[in-house]
Design a protein around this ligand. Structure first.
Ligand SMILES: *[C@@H]1O[C@H](CO)[C@@H](O)[C@H](O)[C@H]1NC(C)=O
Ligand SMILES: *[C@@H]1O[C@H](CO)[C@@H](O)[C@H](O)[C@H]1NC(C)=O
Ligand SMILES: *[C@@H]1O[C@H](CO)[C@@H](O)[C@H](O)[C@H]1NC(C)=O
Ligand SMILES: *[C@@H]1O[C@H](CO)[C@@H](O)[C@H](O)[C@H]1NC(C)=O
Ligand SMILES: *[C@@H]1O[C@H](CO)[C@@H](O)[C@H](O)[C@H]1NC(C)=O
Ligand SMILES: *[C@@H]1O[C@H](CO)[C@@H](O)[C@H](O)[C@H]1NC(C)=O
Ligand SMILES: *[C@@H]1O[C@H](CO)[C@@H](O)[C@H](O)[C@H]1NC(C)=O
Ligand SMILES: *[C@@H]1O[C@H](CO)[C@@H](O)[C@H](O)[C@H]1NC(C)=O
Ligand SMILES: *[C@@H]1O[C@H](CO)[C@@H](O)[C@H](O)[C@H]1NC(C)=O
Ligand SMILES: *[C@@H]1O[C@H](CO)[C@@H](O)[C@H](O)[C@H]1NC(C)=O
Ligand SMILES: *[C@@H]1O[C@H](CO)[C@@H](O)[C@H](O)[C@H]1NC(C)=O
Ligand SMILES: *[C@@H]1O[C@H](CO)[C@@H](O)[C@H](O)[C@H]1NC(C)=O
Length: 434
C-alpha cells in the first residue's frame, strides 16, 4: 500500500472526554475506498478508517428463484450517526449509501486492546438492484465482528480479503486501515498488520531455476500485459517461477503458467501474470501453502499435504485450492471458491512433480485452473533447487498414443471377427430350416 499521508493533521487538544457526534471529516473516496474520520466535539479524531468493501446478497425473486446482487458503497457515502461514544455508548462507525443502505460497526476496548464488536448491515430491496425482488423494503442483519483484538494506539492494516457470511449476505472487505480509540486526536504511527498479510516466511519472487525446459518455456511464451477483463486471452499464460524461503533457504518451489477459467455469466479465461504476482505462504513438514496475490486482486492458495502410503513411503499431493477474485470480471461480484478435497499432483516426498501438458484443477463447477509447464516441490527442497522430477502420466504421449491406437485396432479386429462368425451362423441356420 502506498504510504502517502492520509492522516489528519495532528491536533494538540487533549481528548479528555470522548463526546458524541461526528462533525467535520467528510467521507470521501478514492476509486471505491471509503474513508471516514470520526471526530468528537472538539474536532479530535477518535476513529479513523479507510477501507474497501462490497456486499453479495442473495434474494428471492417474484418468480421464487434466487438471485445474487452486489452492492458497493461508492459515491455519496455519508457517515451520519458515527460517534466517538461515551461512558454508556460504544464508539460507532456508521455509513449510508445508495437507496437506503447502511452499515455500521461499534468498538470495544480493554486496557490493552480494541476490537470491532457488532456489525450491522441494512439493505433496501426497493433499490433497483433488486428490481425483481419478491419482498421490498429494508432488511437488517447483525453479526459479531470476527476481527481479532488489536493493540491500543496502533493502526490495524489488512490488505487481504476478508469475508463474513451471515444469512443471505456475504460481506467482503479488504485494504482496511483502521484505528478506533485514537488517542489525543492523532492517528498512530504504529501498525498492527493482520495475520493474513503476514507470512511465516519472507515473500520472495522468482527463484533461480536451472531446468532447461522451464527456461525455454519462459522464454518462448508470448508475453502479454494483463488481459483486459472483456477480451479473452487465448494465448498461453506466462510461466512464473515462485518460491518461498525459510530463513535464507528456499523451502518451496513452484513453476507454472496459470490460467483461470471462470464461468459466471459467460466463461472467461484469465491469465495470471507472474511479473505482477506476489508470493506468500508457509512451509511445513506435512503441510505447505503457496499463496499468490496478483495485481488485479486475485488470490490463489495452493495447499499441499503429505500422506503415508501402504507401501510405507510418503507422498505429497495438492490437497486444497482456494481462490478469491475481487471485482474479477467487469463489475461482477467478488468470488470466493475452494476445493479442499483434491488429491492430485501426487508424487514421492523428496522429489518434484512435473507436468508440461496443460492440466485442469477443478475448484468448482464454475471455476477451474489450467496449469502449463507445471513443476512443483512443496517439501524437502535441497540446495534451493528442484529434486528429481516425477512426470505426470499425461506427458507420456509417446507411449499413450500407440497404446490407444493399438487398443482401437484390437477392438476393430474383434468386431470384424464377431461379425464374421455371426454372419456364418446366420447362413448355416438358414440351411437348417430348409
Ligand atoms: C470543528 O470543525 C468544523 C468544521 O471543520 C467547524 O465548523 C467547527 O467550528 C469546529 N469546532 C470546534 C469546536 O473547533
Ligand atoms: C450466489 O452466490 C452464492 C455464493 O457465492 C453462490 O453459491 C450461488 O450459486 C450464487 N447464485 C446465483 C444464482 O448466482
Ligand atoms: C451524489 O450527490 C449529489 C449531490 O447531492 C447528487 O447531485 C448526485 O446525483 C449524487 N450521485 C448519486 C450517484 O447519487
Ligand atoms: C451517550 O451517547 C448517547 C448517544 O450517542 C446519548 O444518547 C447519551 O445521552 C450519552 N450519554 C451520556 C452520559 O453522555
Ligand atoms: C453495539 O451495537 C449493538 C447493535 O447496534 C448493540 O446491541 C450493542 O449494545 C452495542 N455495544 C455497545 C457496547 O454499545
Ligand atoms: C428504499 O428504496 C426506495 C426506492 O429507492 C426508497 O423510496 C425508500 O425510501 C428506501 N427505504 C429506505 C428505508 O431508505
Ligand atoms: C490489563 O488488565 C489485565 C487483567 O484484566 C491485567 O492482567 C493487566 O496487567 C492489565 N494491563 C495493564 C497495562 O494495565
Ligand atoms: C417480477 O418483477 C419484474 C420487475 O419488477 C416484473 O417485470 C415482472 O413482471 C414480475 N413478475 C411477476 C411474475 O410478478
Ligand atoms: C496523549 O496525551 C497525553 C497527555 O498529553 C500523553 O501522556 C499521552 O502519552 C499521549 N498519548 C499519545 C498516544 O500520544
Ligand atoms: C541465475 O541464473 C543465471 C543463469 O541461469 C545466472 O547467471 C545468475 O547468476 C543466477 N542468479 C542467481 C542469483 O543465482
Ligand atoms: C507486492 O509487494 C510489493 C512490496 O511489498 C508491493 O509494493 C506490491 O504492490 C505488491 N504487489 C501486489 C500485486 O500485491
Ligand atoms: C480455504 O477456505 C476455507 C473456507 O473459506 C478455509 O477454511 C481454509 O482455511 C482456506 N484455506 C486456505 C489455504 O486458505
Amino acid at each position: 500500500m502506498a504510504t502517502r499521508s492520509p492522516w489528519p493533521r495532528p491536533l494538540s487538544l487533549p481528548c479528555c472526554c470522548l463526546l458524541l457526534l461526528a462533525l467535520g471529516g467528510p467521507g470521501f473516496f478514492q476509486s471505491h475506498a471509503v474513508e471516514v474520520d470520526v471526530k468528537d466535539l472538539s474536532n479530535n479524531t477518535c476513529i479513523y478508517a479507510k477501507w474497501m468493501m462490497s456486499f453479495l446478497i442473495k434474494y428471492e425473486t417474484n418468480s421464487s428463484e434466487y438471485k445474487n446482487a452486489t452492492l458497493k458503497p461508492s459515491v455519496n457515502v455519508t457517515h451520519d450517526g458515527s460517534t466517538c461514544g461515551n461512558s454508556t455508548h460504544a464508539p460507532l462507525l456508521a455509513i449510508q449509501f445508495g437507496a437506503g443502505h447502511s452499515w455500521s460497526i461499534n468498538f470495544t476496548k480493554t486496557n490493552e486492546t480494541y476490537q470491532g464488536n457488532i456489525i450491522s448491515f441494512t439493505y433496501n430491496t426497493s433499490d433497483a438492484v433488486f428490481k425483481d425482488a419478491k419482498t421490498k423494503g429494508p432488511i437488517t442483519i447483525v453479526v459479531k465482528d470476527p476481527m481479532h483484538p488489536v493493540k491500543l494506539n496502533t493502526v490495524y492494516k489488512c490488505h487481504h480479503l476478508d469475508s463474513i457470511e451471515v444469512a443471505n449476505v456475504s460481506l467482503f472487505f479488504w485494504d482496511v486501515i483502521l484505528q478506533a480509540f485514537v488517542q489525543n486526536g492523532t492517528v498512530s504511527k504504529n501498525d498492527s498488520t493482520c495475520e493474513a498479510d503476514r507470512s511465516t516466511v519472507a515473500p520472495t519472487t522468482v527463484a533461480n531455476l536451472t531446468t532447461a525446459s522451464i527456461t525455454t518455456a519462459s522464454i518462448t511464451t508470448a508475453s502479454s500485459p494483463l488481459p483486459t477483463t472483456t477480451s479473452k486471452p487465448v494465448e498461453k499464460p506466462l510461466i512464473g517461477n515462485y518460491s518461498l524461503k525459510d530463513g535464507d533457504k528456499i523451502c518451496l518451489l513452484a513453476t507454472m503458467g496459470l490460467q483461470l477459467n471462470v464461468s459466471q455469466e459467460k466463461p472467461v479465461l484469465i491469465n495470471i501474470n507472474p511479473k505482477t504476482t506476489n508470493v506468500t505462504g508457509s512451509c511445513g513438514n506435512t503441510s505447505a501453502t503457496l499463496r499468490l496475490n496478483d495485481s488485479n486482486r486475485r488470490f490463489i492458495d495452493f495447499t499441499f499435504a503429505v500422506k503415508n502410503t501402504s507401501a510405507n513411503t510418503q507422498r505429497f499431493y495438492l490437497k486444497e485450492v482456494n481462490i478469491t477474485l475481487i471485482s474479477s470480471i467487469n463489475g461482477s461480484e467478488p468470488l470466493n471458491a475452494g476445493n479442499n478435497n483434491l488429491s492430485i499432483w501426487d508424487t514421492f516426498l523428496g522429489s518434484s512433480y512435473m507436468c508440461q501438458k496443460e492440466q485442469t484443477v477443478l475448484v468448482t463447477e464454475d471455476l477451474q485452473i489450467h496449469t502449463f509447464d507445471l513443476r512443483i516441490q512443496p517439501f524437502k527442497v535441497q540446495d534451493n533447487k528442484y529434486s528429481k522430477a516425477q512426470e505426470c502420466s499425461l506427458d507420456d504421449d509417446t507411449i499413450l498414443i500407440p497404446i490407444i491406437v493399438g487398443a482401437a485396432l484390437a477392438g476393430l479386429i474383434v468386431i470384424i471377427v464377431i461379425a464374421y462368425i455371426i454372419g456364418r451362423r446366420k447362413t448355416y441356420a438358414g440351411y437348417q430350416t430348409l
